[in-house]
Design a protein around this ligand. Sequence first.
Ligand code: NDP
Ligand code: 2IT
Length: 444
Amino acid sequence: MCYVDEILQELRRQNPAQPEFLQAAQEVLESIRPVVARNEAAYRRDALLERLTTPERCILFRVPWVDDRGQVHVNHGYRVQYNSAIGPYKGGLRFHPSVNLSVMKFLAFEQVFKNSLTGLPLGGGKGGADFDPKGKSDREIMAFCQSFMTELARHVGKNTDVPAGDIGVGAREIGYLFGQYKRLRNSFEGVLTGKGLPFGGSKARTQATGYGLLYLTQEMLRRNGQEIAGKTVAVSGAGNVAIYAIEKAWQMGAKPVTCSDSTGWIYDSQGIDTELLRQIKEDRRERLTAYAAARPGAQYRQGRGVWTVPCQVALPCATQNELELSDAQALVAGGCIAVAEGANMPTTLEATRYLQQSGVLFCPGKAANAGGVAASGLEMSQNSQRLSWSFEKVDTKLQSIMADIFRSIEEAAREYGMEGDYVAGANIAGFLKVAEAMTAQGIV
Ligand code: NDP
Ligand code: 2IT
């Protein structure tokens, strides 16, 4: 049996109850087969793939907190420190009831390759809790964040591990987490990114994932003789990534017509009103029914259905496995020519295969949504320098990072005989740098 198959078998044996992690690992390992084939003896001797797929450290902890009525709750907190070969662990925190070790490990594993692709010195990690921020008061959110950080503080630091936001963790949560870290350690340092602008946050970090997604989509389309301008775009999600993807799509001359949350979705034939959506989600923290109520021309439907809307470009920006085979079939039938993942692993393996086989340009999340963590890396640089760069400076760097990412995944795919397969290209390009750094650092 070849080395990759042995590792896949071993991962399935060791992690039978971790489907998301196995899915992410399988996608990467399948892609790097040709690289491993060229170096099989050396990689085997060094157990490189065993070390690559085993997190350096998984931290699991109790998070007790008291609600406004005096009731005590206990949540499960996580930080998976996956790989520090190329820099301090870096990756977001997710607060969502679906968080478990499988979800944390898949996200941290993806982050290793994504961060490598940015070209910045960032290792990979991810964390979070099975806490549901929905319906909680600000006071309860603060209580939870303070308790969460009370444990996390001993495991993170500006040169060790630098968390940021993800689902359910935005500017409000990062502020509370930062305040508690500073209080516990008596140290004002860049331990988190996505901070507020008055206390070390970077301009354009809020926009970076969504904007970066569109910059990369534009590169991919142009390389294939197309333009984003004039395209109808279907977007899922209505959070940080989706809102700024929609904003940038408009700025680039495209027309975003959908968005969704976990209860329903919007089709707005006039195009999504970005400012209305932003106010409803960021300021008022309301459901999408409020959008439909404020825009009589927009249609609201319960459940899922974004991918049934005919579009040329689809941008899944909500969560993992939200785009299934039947959705991919609907997209192709509706004339879709490009899919770029704003979320992490939103497309199932079957759907990805179908889209690629149908000739749809497909860019995986670890390349397409890397703009968020790239801007986080730029926030770390600014914090180290004790400087604050202009919006234009960060945005210009973001654009060039996204263009470089596209070039590197395209080249890697071509070098290994898989031209146009950006999944393979992203996995191979991300892997090569991490593997080289791990090899250089010896058996650690
Ligand atoms: P937010 O919490 O701001 O928004 C998440 C959105 O997705 C909400 O509209 C939410 O709906 C919806 N959603 C979440 N879970 C589900 C679910 N199980 N089913 C249906 N809809 C769901 O998160 P972000 O926008 O930050 O993150 C979105 C995706 O992008 C995630 O996959 C994240 O990992 C990825 N990502 C985020 C980056 C960032 O910088 N923030 C960077 C790179 C990737 P509702 O409000 O109803 O829960
Ligand atoms: O998935 C991701 O890349 C993020 N949630 C952002 C991570 C970061 O450190 O900015």
